[in-house]
Design a protein around this ligand. Structure first.
Ligand code: ARG
Length: 337
């Protein structure tokens, strides 16, 4: 198996700057290794796939966030912010990188590559032609990484982890539809993993992917922005999560992509949000790490969009979740500025 574009960066490498993160094989800074099998890495601990923003830009408009922002992002600032996120993620997980490809500026949002579980990946079939060029790159990466690759037909768009989120205990799959993913693609997911799939209709174009307005969290709670869903979908959420497990996010936090949160064990990594929300999450026992991701908001994405989970849910959340009262909490946000 070729590992030409399969690289694994361990914790020490997080100290390097992005400029040092040369993707060529064997060229990582000290403490970095190149691996042949990301699946083995993902089995050994929480693991995510990221794509350095070397070719990131806002080149077109396929969501309301991009309007007015074409070519308005700074690649230098984007690189700094991505590196901050990378450092935050590598404090709690391993990161595997995929090399960015010319003509695919949104490839940095690896959450949209597909959805992975048990060595099988359902590769996204993008709704917008602007992103369809990413599909063969992600297909190749996962094939070389040893995954069984399932392509979703063009006629039934599906946008991966952007729209499909497993419950933290892996027991069910929540899938957003109505903006990008179409409801008729859901049966492929149910068949692939023999898992209960619950569909949620998205109704606000600002929250065009499920991961922009809904985040199942370790310990069985959910953080969400109710106005992004139709009434029937809200009823499904309320039926599965008792009131005390539902963290309702304000519109002000929602438009700062609060729900676009990376959760690993008891750590939550997200864009900058209100003090009130941070306190709420801390009360539930989470350590909150805020990273300013303003350059990526210009394309309609934040923390969770920039990573794709490769480890199984039970590995990702292997750190036992402790209520806040049982341990000493550090003050907020190591990385916020
Ligand atoms: N510009 C990208 C798009 O509109 C942003 C994707 C954000 N990703 C996500 N998982 N929500 O497709």
């Amino acid at each position: 198996m070729s590992s030409s574009n399969v690289n694994h960066v361990n914790l020490q490498a997080a100290n390097g700057t992005l400029a040092n993160l040369n993707l060529a094989k064997h060229s990582f800074p000290n403490g970095t290794l190149t691996i042949d099998n990301p699946m083995d890495v993902a089995a050994s601990g929480p693991t995510f796939l990221m794509c350095p923003p070397k070719l990131y830009d806002v080149d077109y408009v396929i969501n309301p966030w991009m309007a007015g922002n074409v070519h308005q992002s700074s690649r230098e600032r984007a690189a700094e912010q991505w590196e901050q996120l990378y450092r935050a993620v590598t404090q709690v997980a391993q990161v595997v990188l995929v090399e960015p490809q010319p003509g695919s500026p949104d490839m940095v949002f690896t959450a949209n590559a597909g959805l992975a579980r048990q060595g099988v990946v359902a590769i996204s079939s993008f709704f917008h032609p602007e992103r369809q060029g990413e599909e063969p790159h992600f297909h190749r990466w996962f094939r070389e990484a040893g995954y069984t690759v399932r392509d979703i037909p063009r006629e039934t768009p599906f946008e991966g982890e952007g729209d499909a989120l497993f419950e933290a205990d892996g027991s069910r799959l929540w899938v957003g539809h109505g903006m990008r993913t179409v409801e008729s693609s859901l049966h492929y997911l149910a068949e692939t993993w023999n898992v209960e799939v619950i569909s949620l209709r998205l109704i606000d174009p600002r929250f065009y992917h499920l991961d922009t307005c809904f985040a199942p969290l370790n310990g069985g709670s959910v953080m969400y922005f109710p106005e992004a869903f139709d009434a029937a979908s809200l009823a499904k959420i309320e039926a599965r999560y008792p009131a005390e497990k539902r963290i309702v996010v304000s519109e002000a936090d929602a438009v700062h992509f609060a729900c676009n949160a990376v959760n690993v064990g008891r750590t939550i990594i997200l864009n900058q949000v209100s003090r009130e929300l941070v306190l709420k999450l801390e009360m539930l026992g989470f350590d909150v790490v805020q990273v300013n991701l303003s350059e990526f908001l210009k394309a309609g994405g934040a923390a969770k969009c920039l990573v794709m989970r490769l480890s199984e849910m039970n590995v990702t959340h292997a750190v036992r979740h402790q209520p806040a009262t049982d341990r000493t909490r550090s003050s907020t946000a190591g990385l916020s500025t």
